[in-house]
Every structure is written in C-alpha cells, then in structure tokens.
Ligand binder design. Structure first.
Ligand code: ADP
Ligand code: ADP
Ligand code: MG
Length: 655
C-alpha cells in the first residue's frame, strides 16, 4: 500500500478521499489555488501545496504543477477525485511517465470511453445495447438534420466530449434543430474545446439508472448494484438513490450483466459507472435499457452505493491502484436497505436555478444515525464563482425506501445555511412530492412540476417577528458605545422603544420593539405607538452583515436590515433595468435598442458557470439600452434598460 498520496481536487471530494486515506494510515497531500488557501481540504491534509491562481485553468487543471507537487512531497500516487483531470488520459500518461501511480483506470480505458460516439460504437461491438441514434463522423448540419429526421423526433443532441449535462439539447421538431445545434455546439466548444456532437433518439419517459462497477489489475470485475438518478434538472442529477425503485430481479440481472460486460470489454480497473437510459413508459423491462456512457471515475453520488453495500469505494480504489485484488467477490456483495443523496447547491431555485455565490456566514448540518454529510466547507467559507457551487451532499440510509426518504426530509429540515441562496426548500419539496415518494420518477418530473417545487413560502408574521428581534440585536451591537454594555442585559438596553426596518423583497416593513424590565418583548407593526401587536417568535435565526435569516422547517426567509441611507439611494436610482444576476459573459443578444419587446421574450443569453441562461423580458416595453455581445459582466451590471413609460395624460391637460 502507498504511504503517501496526493489529491488533485478540492471541495467535498478531496475531503472525502483524505478521510479514507487517513483511516488506512496513508499520509495525504492537498493542492490548492489562491481562492482555496484556507479551504477545509487544505486544513485536513497532512501537507498542502499551492498550485496557482483561482481559475481552474491556472491551477486544478494544470497537470505539470500537480505532478511537480507530488514529486516534491514524495507522494507515490495521485487521486483525481471527479471532474477536473479525472477523465483526462493525457494526465494519466503524464502521471505514469513521472513514475507515479494514477488512482483510477488506465489511459487506454479512459480513451475508449472518453468520447460518447466512439464509446457507443465500442459497446455496440461488445454486445451492449446502446441508445439508437447517429454516432458517426459527419458533422455537417445537413447530415445531422437528416439523421435526426431518420431517428424521429424528439431527438437529443449531445456533445461527444460532454459531461455534467452540458452541451445537450432536446429538440422536439425539425424547425428547432438548427438553433439547438448551434447552441449545443457553442456550449460544447466553451466547456470541452470540442464541438462535435451525436444525435440520439430521445427516450420516452426516461429513467436514468446506472450500475457501479469495479475492476482490478488481475482481470476481476464486479458490480455493486444500481443507482437511480432520474430526478434531474437540465440533465443534471438532483437527488440520487440506491437501489432503483421498482427494480425487478430480471431487470437487475440484465443491467448488471451488461455493465460488467462493458467494463470487461476495456479491461477496466478501478471504480467506474455504466450509465443507462431506461424507457419506463411500461414499467422496467429488460429489453428497454440502453448504454449512454461510462464515467471512468468515482461518481459524485457514490455514497448511496456505499450506504447500501457497506463498501468504502475510495478504499477499494486505493487497494486496486496499489495492485491488490478486489477485496470482495460478487457473491460477497449484497444490498442492505435504501439510501438517498441530495445535492445542496448555492443556487436560486425560484429564479430559474441561477447559480449563487456568497459567504456561508451560518452553517448547520444535520446529524444522527443514518445521516451522512459530505462537504468541503465550514461556516465562514465562501462559495466563489470559480468552482462548482455545491455546498454539501446530504446522504441518508434506512431499512427501506420510506425510512430513508423520511430521514432525508428530516435532514433537510435540520439544515441551516445563511449567506447565500441555497436549494434546500426545493430539495425538500422534491423529497415530499407524491410521485417522487411513490418512486414514480422520470427525468422530466422536475421540469413538469417546477413551479410547484420552486414556489417560495411567503414570510409570515412569526418570521418577521423573529427577524425583528434578531435585527434589534444587530443594531444594539453596532450602536453600543461600550462593548460590555450588551452584557448588562437585553432588557435593560432596549428599555426605550426601538425602530427596526426590515427589507422584505421590494418592500420595507417597520417595527417598534421594546423590552420591558422583566424581559418581555413588545413588538408592533408600524411606527406609531398604536401599531398592531405581534407575538414574539423564537424561530432560529442567523444574523450576518446587513441581513437576518429566519429558519422555519425547510424554508428560510432572509430579510435585509434596512440602512436608511441605502434605502434613499435605491429609491432615487430605481430605474427600470434588468441586471446580471451573477458574473458572466453575454453570449448572444437578441434584441436591439428601440425595439418593442413582449413579456417573456428572450432578450439575451448570459453564459455563467459554463451554462447558458436566457434572460427574458419581465414585461412588455421598449429597449433603451442593451449589453453588447461578448461583454464580460459582474453581478448587478445593467444588461437591459427599458424606456420610461410615460403616464398617459388626460387630453384636457395637453397643449
Ligand atoms: P456525476 O454523474 O458524477 O454527477 P457529472 O457528469 O454530473 O457526473 O459530473 C460530475 C462533476 O464533475 C460535476 O460536478 C461537474 O462539475 C464536474 N464535471 C463534469 N464534467 C466536467 C468537465 N468536462 N470539466 C469540468 N468539470 C466537469
Ligand atoms: P453527461 O456526460 O452530461 O452526463 P449523459 O449522456 O450521461 O451526459 O446524459 C445526461 C442525462 O441526459 C442523462 O442522465 C439523461 O437524463 C439524459 N439523457 C441522455 N440521453 C438521453 C436520451 N437518449 N433520451 C432521454 N434522455 C437522455
Ligand atoms: Mg452522464
């Protein structure tokens, strides 16, 4: 076994690998960029090496720096995690050329599966069913469009080098094909530097079921059952589970056999996942699943497999890479209970899932039997625009699906995060959805129910009361001339009524709060002595610069603590503008100055976090100003300004 390894990754997966290495008595070396200098993975590792500036292209993707760091620290092997260099065969070659071990499959196995078109051709030969479609060499639009027609709409255009759901477009009819192709190619070029695509039949009522496989360097291959990842949004996984709901013995046997055959066809060693798309329009049928792609690495959702098999997949990766045989034979691997994983992201579900950034001023994760949290952040850490905005994975395990799902709902309700917008309420709504709870999930479920799943609970007076009380404390801290005076007691300090102004969306609510000598709080809406009295509330709150967040079940309500000067400014500058919701690049502009546009009309496409986001008109209007194509914008930059709408004046006043 190795005595020291380097982890060429960051965030939760770097922390995850370090934990197993430590358990096995293996020393660890972390690498980090400028933005990650004080990151959790750096703190957890025995040693850490700085590899460059924050952008991934200057740090985590620079193979030479990572290999140099391994050599300099005497690490014998490199674990790539997922993403970054994990599926880059040239990196594997370079690692081996430097006399180090790559903890993963051979470069040739990665090459065989790296491009979706070539992988499908190879799997066809190996007798594995593949998704019907065109995966040939021709890339001219006439060829692709005519293949699409042959395959029959709807079709799915996919970047052959794609990953993470990027460079993928579902097309429902021939008219939409050229635009979808152009957009898929643009995204593919930007994300993968390769704009070649394949075209597939879009499978009906699709379910994504994948099989975890494991090979060693002695020719053994086993599977560790399946995971269901059908709960997806824009082809990205949201909640995963194992085993797949409704799985039958016949279907499982067919899928795991095909997966093992696929791995054997490329003499696979290490952890890998064979992803299948399943037509679930008539239940799970052994002749209705097809190979989509193989991920030649550890998967984000690997913990659900660990929970139901009791296997530490990272430990197996290290053993296999060190040349040991697989620790278990197929017969020794069995399923125990059910597990879920929910991906907690800094994103605004209610605003079309815009990725968010921010400092996680307050962070509380759930704990308890059957609950596992994988994270790479602590309270005070920032979600930066440089990396994937995942905050944590909440994993639960129960004796059966219902128990595991109930535990997931509880775990989500016990999660408190303030400082960034988080998708907790969306995940909770999905976990509570009737179809999801029944195991009736296809990849379109989230899109069909998006409005209901992302509806925000309106703040109630109990939330306002809790926020006002917490906000009063902020003011107290700020105004206290003597820092020790706050120790004299809340009651004493607030003896005179205090005005609190909270920002709720676009509105400001004023409160009058006073605390009697006995500590009783008197809280009224409005400025006057009269105001409506509201009952104080003891919901948990978190205070952070300029804000208060109130937690209530799986919902959280964030209020700004109004600063009178800032308010005045916002009112006078309150022009009718659309601002960039996050930093990004203006990719396409679809409207011109002077043009009359309708509510909902796409105005421009903003590329941020490697994804394209369409910005639509919030109302009818005339464009007064619009950003130009290629412009780099930060959040808050005005993208579109509308002409002021003149109030129609009564005719008698004219002239
Ligand atoms: P999984 O099935 O494990 O979720 P994904 O394909 O969604 O696999 O990708 C896993 C992670 O790797 C994602 O979080 C994504 O950010 C990252 N990733 C995937 N492909 C790429 C890529 N080409 N470049 C950079 N990161 C990628
Ligand atoms: P990526 O490399 O981005 O993970 P995949 O080929 O695995 O790309 O596809 C991502 C997701 O898109 C799948 O999980 C599935 O939900 C959906 N998908 C892919 N191919 C098809 C298809 N032919 N029909 C319907 N949905 C598909
Ligand atoms: Mg995939």
């Amino acid at each position: 076994m190795f005595s020291k390894i380097l982890i060429a990754n960051r965030g939760e997966i770097a922390c995850r690998v370090i934990r197993t290495a430590r358990k096995m008595g293996i020393a660890t070396v972390a690498v980090y960029s400028d933005a990650d200098a004080r990151a959790l993975h750096v703190e957890m590792a025995d040693e850490a090496v700085h590899i460059g500036p924050s952008p991934v292209g200057e740090s985590y993707l620079v193979a030479e720096r990572i290999i140099a760091a391994a050599k300099a620290t005497g690490a014998e092997a490199i674990h790539p995690g997922y993403g970054f260099l994990s599926e880059n065969p040239d990196f594997v070659d370079a690692v081996e050329a430097a006399g180090l071990v790559f903890i993963g499959p051979s470069a040739s196995a990665i090459r065989a599966m790296g491009l979706k078109d070539a992988a499908k051709r190879l799997m066809e030969k190996a007798g594995v069913p593949v998704v019907p479609g065109y995966h040939g060499e021709g890339q001219e639009i006439v060829i692709l469009a005519s293949k699409a027609r042959e395959i029959g709409y709807p079709v799915l255009i996919k970047a052959r080098a794609g990953g993470g759901g990027k460079g993928m477009r579902k097309v429902d009819d021939p008219d939409a094909f050229p635009e979808a192709l152009a957009s898929a190619k643009r995204e593919a070029k930007a994300s993968f530097g390769d704009d070649r695509v394949l075209v597939e039949k879009y499978v009906d009522k699709p379910r994504h079921i994948e099989v975890q496989v494991f090979g060693d360097k002695h020719g053994n291959v086993v599977h560790l059952f399946e995971r269901d990842c059908s709960a997806q949004r824009r082809h990205q996984k949201v909640i995963e589970e194992a085993p797949a709901p409704g799985m039958t013995d016949a279907m499982r046997a067919a899928m795991t056999d095909a997966a093992v055959k696929a791995a054997q066809a490329i003499s696979y060693s290490g952890a890998g996942t064979i992803e299948f798309i399943v037509d679930a329009s008539d239940g799970l049928k052994p002749d209705r699943f097809w190979f989509m792609e193989m991920n030649t690495r550890l998967q984000v959702e690997h913990p659900v497999t660990e929970m139901v098999t009791g296997v530490d997949l990272v430990e197996w990766q290290l053993r296999v890479a060190a040349g040991e045989p697989l620790p278990k034979t197929q017969d020794q691997i069995s399923l125990d209970g059910h597990a879920f994983e929910a991906r907690l992201y800094a994103e605004d579900a209610a605003k079309g899932f815009l990725p968010a950034i921010g400092t996680l001023h307050h962070l509380r994760f759930p704990e308890g039997p059957g609950i596992r949290v994988e994270t790479g952040v602590r309270a005070g850490d920032a979600i930066s625009p440089f990396y994937d905005p995942m905050i944590a994975k909440l994993v639960t395990h129960g004796a059966n699906r219902k128990a595991a799902l109930d535990l997931l709902s509880e775990a989500l309700a016990d999660t408190q995060i303030a400082g960034s917008v988080v998708n907790t309420a969306f995940l909770a709504a999905l976990a509570a959805d009737a179809d999801f709870a029944a195991g009736d999930v296809d990849t379109g479920l989230i899109a069909r129910k998006q409005d209901a799943l992302t509806a925000l609970a309106e703040p109630q007076s109990a939330h306002l009361a809790a926020a006002a009380i917490a906000a009063a404390d902020i003011a107290a801290d700020r105004n206290a001339a003597d820092p020790w005076s706050s120790l004299a007691g809340y009651a004493h300090f607030h003896a005179t009524p205090k005005r609190i102004r909270l920002g709720v969306g676009d509105e400001t609510v004023t409160f009058r709060l006073s605390v009697a000598a006995n500590g009783n709080v008197d809280l009224r809406f409005g400025d006057g002595v009269e105001g409506t009295r509201i009952a104080p509330s003891r919901l948990p709150t978190a205070r952070w610069p300029g804000h208060v967040t109130v937690f209530s079940g799986t919902a959280s309500h964030t209020f700004t603590v109004a600063d009178p000067f800032a308010l005045a400014e916002a009112a006078s500058g309150g022009s009718d503008a659309l601002r960039a919701p996050m930093p990004g690049l203006v990719k396409v502009v679809r409207a011109a100055v002077g043009e009359t546009v309708e509510k909902g009309q796409p105005l421009l496409v903003l590329e941020a976090m490697k994804m394209e986001h369409t910005i639509a008109a919030p109302h009818d209007g005339v464009i007064a100003e619009i950003a130009s194509e290629g412009a780099q914008v930060t959040d808050g930059t005005v993208l579109v300004r509308f002409e002021e709408i003149e109030e129609a004046k009564p005719a008698s006043l004219l002239g």
